[in-house]
Design a binder for this molecule. Structure first.
Ligand SMILES: [Fe+2]
Ligand SMILES: [Fe+2]
Length: 185
């Protein structure tokens, strides 16, 4: 049995998917005039940038994808190249959400459509992205990566985890739980 190098990443996907579900639910309500907490979108942007992107995507880019390329996966026109492109596409949607929320909190009243376009765009992109990683790229990684590179990969994950504040993951988990409770109320 080889050392597992993707289980921790699948667990991070779970929390990201919960935030994506909140983005969709709250945006549907926003369009129906039943949700007006625009601060939620700035918190979602904070979650996506810091937890999903700087933390989770950085672990993929610096460790998992790098290991795949070092062990035979082409860098161009490959699953890794496609995943990197989707990380980048996500960042544009996040900027769109942030701008719409900032304008609204500064007094604009015409940002619902722009927000919704970017929120749904991000949700669809990232849900498909995570599905591809969970069902294709991560299982492929577990098949092809040799055992000798795996302990160093886990060590690199641990270093990424040590580089953030001690309550980093708990903070973002509590953020998701708080908005889930609000959405269920
Ligand atoms: Fe990814
Ligand atoms: Fe991922």
């Amino acid at each position: 049995m080889k050392t597992d190098v993707t289980q921790v990443m699948v667990a991070e996907h779970e929390l990201i998917l919960r935030m994506i579900a909140l983005v969709e639910t709250n945006t549907r309500r926003l369009e129906e005039g039943r949700f007006s907490n625009w601060q939620f979108y700035l918190d979602a942007v904070d979650f996506i940038r810091n937890y999903a992107d700087r933390f989770h995507h950085a672990k993929e880019e610096a460790t998992l994808f790098t290991a795949l390329v070092a062990n035979g996966m082409p860098e161009q026109n490959s699953p890794v190249a496609a995943m990197l492109m989707e990380h980048e596409q996500g960042r544009a949607f996040v900027r769109g959400m942030e701008e719409a929320a900032q304008k609204t909190l500064a007094g604009a009243s015409d940002q619902v459509a722009v927000l919704a376009e970017n929120a749904y765009g991000y949700a669809e992109l990232l849900r498909n992205h995570i599905e591809k990683e969970n069902s294709i790229l991560y299982p492929l990684s577990e098949r092809v990566l040799p055992e000798e590179v795996r302990p160093a990969m886990l060590e690199a994950y641990r270093q990424a985890e040590a580089a953030v504040a001690e309550d980093f993951s708990d903070h973002y988990r509590r953020m998701v739980e708080g908005y889930e409770a609000e959405a269920a109320a």
